[in-house]
Design a protein around this ligand. Structure first.
Ligand code: ATP
Ligand code: MG
Length: 200
C-alpha cells in the first residue's frame, strides 16, 4: 500500500541481482532514521555502469524478486519506473519523473558508499544533487572518499558484508542463501533457474 500522499521519499536504486538483506536493512533503517514516508527500491532496467562487465538478469526477474522481498515491509515499495521507461537507466531521469508524480515531495537519493564514491561519473550528477538530498550509507570495507561538491547526509545502518556478486556465486556453487535473502526471493530464483540455480 502506498502512503496516501508521501512527502518524504527515499529513492534507493540498484540492479538488485538479487536483492539481499544488505539492501533491505538499509531501506528499513534509512526510512526510520530520516522519517521517510516511503522508500522506493527502483530496479534499474539497464544498469549502464555495469554493461559489458557481466551479464545482468532480465529486469522483470529482478523486479519480481524485489517485489517478493518487500511484500511484508511497511513503507518500502518496489518501483518499476525505470523498467517502464526502458533503455539505459539514469537516476536524473528517475528523479525528474518522481518530482512530477509527487509534486512538492522531498526526494532523498540513497546510495551505498561504493556507489556514492563514483557519483561524479553518473550522468547529470549535478541534477541529481539539485533534485534530491544525497544520502550515503557505509558498506563494510575500507572507507571511500566522497566528492565534497555535494552535502552528503550520512546514515548509520548495520554493516552487513553481503553483496549480490557473492550471492550469485553462492547459487552457482550450491552454497546456502538462508538468512541472506528472504525466503521468497530464494524460492523465486530457484524456480526460474537464475544464476545457474538447480530448478525446483
Ligand atoms: P553487485 O555485487 O552485483 O554490485 P550489490 O550487492 O552491490 O550487487 P547493487 O544492486 O549493486 O547491489 O546495489 C544497489 C545499492 O545498494 C547501491 O547503492 C549499493 O551501494 C547498495 N548496497 C548493496 N549492498 C549493500 C550492503 N550490504 N549494505 C549497504 N548498502 C548496500
Ligand atoms: Mg553493486
Amino acid at each position: 500500500m502506498l502512503h496516501p500522499e508521501p512527502r518524504r521519499i527515499g529513492v534507493f536504486g540498484g540492479t538488485f541481482d538479487p536483492p539481499h538483506i544488505g539492501h533491505l536493512v538499509t531501506a528499513v533503517n534509512v526510512r526510520h532514521e530520516l522519517a521517510l514516508d516511503l522508500v522506493l527500491m527502483v530496479v534499474a532496467h539497464v544498469p549502464w555502469q555495469k554493461e559489458g562487465l557481466r551479464d545482468v538478469s532480465p529486469s522483470h526477474h529482478r523486479l519480481a524478486m524485489v517485489q517478493a522481498a518487500v511484500r511484508d515491509l511497511e513503507g518500502i515499495e518496489a518501483s518499476a519506473l525505470e523498467i517502464a521507461r526502458g533503455g539505459a537507466s539514469y537516476t536524473a531521469d528517475t528523479l525528474a519523473e518522481l518530482s512530477e508524480q509527487y509534486p512538492g515531495a522531498e526526494l532523498h537519493t540513497v546510495i551505498g558508499d561504493d556507489a556514492a564514491a563514483t557519483l561524479t561519473t553518473w550522468s547529470r550528477w549535478e541534477e541529481i544533487a539539485a533534485r534530491s538530498r544525497l544520502v550515503v550509507v557505509d558498506r563494510p570495507g575500507d572507507p571511500v572518499e566522497l566528492t565534497s561538491e555535494v552535502p552528503w547526509l550520512r546514515v548509520e545502518v548495520p554493516h552487513l558484508e553481503v553483496s549480490s556478486t557473492d550471492l550469485r556465486a553462492r547459487v552457482t556453487d550450491g552454497r546456502p542463501l538462508d538468512f541472506l535473502v528472504p525466503r521468497d526471493v530464494r524460492a523465486y530464483l530457484r524456480e526460474h533457474g537464475l544464476y545457474g540455480a538447480a530448478v525446483g
